[in-house]
Design a protein around this ligand. Structure first.
Ligand code: CP
Ligand code: NVA
Length: 303
């Protein structure tokens, strides 16, 4: 049995493949909008394991599989044996003998690595505590559509050094853009991940206004991620100066875009006037989860 190609972090795709995937996502979007039927995954089945909540990820993967002529099965730990303690390795062995591809949203990143090690079919990371690579596919497609190639541009991340921030660090290296990270003390990205990008691509700049200055894209995310709900009050205090406001957007370039993976908390990490304003592309970004993941599924499965 050959090892299947997994997508656990963005760097599982070499830069050239990532760039062609983004272009393909744009093509697949046009085909869908023109009503063209394209069913490369007829008869294929995706297993979708969700140990955390989701709106966009679930709907985009299920819809993508349906549009491609395949099928998707939603699996929640509430009603599968995974939730009753069946080992992750055993679940991987069993599921991967039945379905053609598996996506997982879970907590510890190590869990998806253990799952993938025992899977006969490609495994896709649909968010772990450490990475959210599928969201980066959508974000990068959205930038490409609105502004062209992101190579050489400056992106500012404002907020928590979380799973999304980690994936932006990976993207900066792969797609060759500069990433400024503005986060409060104690909420930096994991040091090993940060160090992998510092120097040429990634710079930590504490002050959000300074970090945003001259940026082409400003990105943020919630202050407390899934699983950190009990830290909410402490985080609201720590992140008080890390809201993407109109002043932050004014420091960026006049044609800078604003992105947020959603769900968003207006009045916390982003002002309502920014997320609902003219520089925000969050709805295109959310839609592109569908198209970019179809391009990913095609790459992993259609051949
Ligand atoms: N952005 C994102 O992954 O959204 P969901 O949590 O709704 O899937
Ligand atoms: N950082 C957020 C992203 C949600 C899509 C979380 O992990 O909850």
């Amino acid at each position: 049995m050959t090892t299947p190609a997994h997508f656990l972090t963005l760097t599982d795709l070499p830069p050239g493949k990532l760039r062609s995937l983004l272009k393909r996502a744009v093509e697949l979007k046009t085909m869908q909008q023109q009503g063209e039927h394209y069913e490369p995954l007829k008869g294929k089945v995706m297993g979708m394991v969700f140990e955390k909540s989701s709106t966009r990820t679930r709907v985009s993967f299920e819809t993508g599989m349906a549009q491609f002529g395949g099928h998707a099965i939603f699996l929640s730990p509430r009603d599968t044996q995974l939730g009753r303690g069946e080992p992750i390795e055993d679940s991987a062995r069993v599921l991967s003998r039945m379905v053609d591809v598996i996506m997982i949203r879970t907590f510890e990143h190590e869990k998806i690595e253990r799952f993938a090690a025992c899977s006969r079919v490609p495994v896709i990371n649909a968010l772990t505590d450490r990475y959210h690579p599928c969201q980066l596919l959508a974000d990068m497609q959205t930038y490409l559509e609105h502004r062209g190639d992101i190579r050489g541009r400056t992106v500012t991340w404002i907020g928590d050094g979380n799973n999304m921030c980690h994936s932006y660090i990976k993207a900066a290296r792969l797609l060759d853009f500069k990433l400024h990270i503005a986060c409060p003390e104690g909420y930096e990205p994991e040091s090993a991940i940060l160090e992998s990008g510092t120097g040429e691509h990634v710079t930590l700049i504490r002050d959000p206004l300074e970090a945003a200055t001259g940026s082409d894209l400003v990105v943020t995310d919630v202050w407390a991620s899934m699983g950190q709900e009990e830290e909410q009050a402490r985080r609201v205090k720590a992140f008080a100066n890390y809201q993407v406001t109109e002043a932050v957007m004014a420091a960026a370039k006049p044609d800078a875009l604003f992105m947020h993976c959603l769900p968003a908390h207006r009045g916390e990490e982003v002002a309502a006037s920014v997320i609902d304003g003219p520089q925000s592309v969050v709805w295109d970004e959310a839609e592109n989860r569908l198209h970019s993941q179809k391009a990913l599924l095609e790459l992993l499965l259609a051949n």
